[in-house]
Design a protein around this ligand. Structure first.
Ligand SMILES: [Zn+2]
Length: 79
């Protein structure tokens, strides 16, 4: 299940929610595409292959919110 709120995407899983933020649509660097061109090279077939990098306005990794607490056994310090 996926919920989209503007730039934010929340994916619901059984044990966690994954939150990711999309690129800024007003970004001057990537024009809202989330990737910036950092160079290009010719491929063997003569096409141009563009190297892109993730723009600073975008965090594709996002973060995770666990829905369940770990059991006490797993939290215990082993000493
Ligand atoms: Zn950007």
């Amino acid at each position: 299940m996926t919920i989209r709120l503007g730039r934010w995407t929340a994916e619901l899983y059984q044990r966690a929610i994954y939150i990711t933020r999309g690129p800024n649509p007003d970004c001057r660097h990537c024009r809202g595409e989330g990737g910036i061109e950092v160079g290009h090279r010719m491929t063997d077939s003569g096409d141009i292959d563009y190297d892109t990098d993730v723009c600073g306005c975008w965090d594709p990794a996002g973060f995770r919110i666990p829905l369940w607490r770990r059991s006490r056994r797993n939290q215990a310090v082993p000493f």
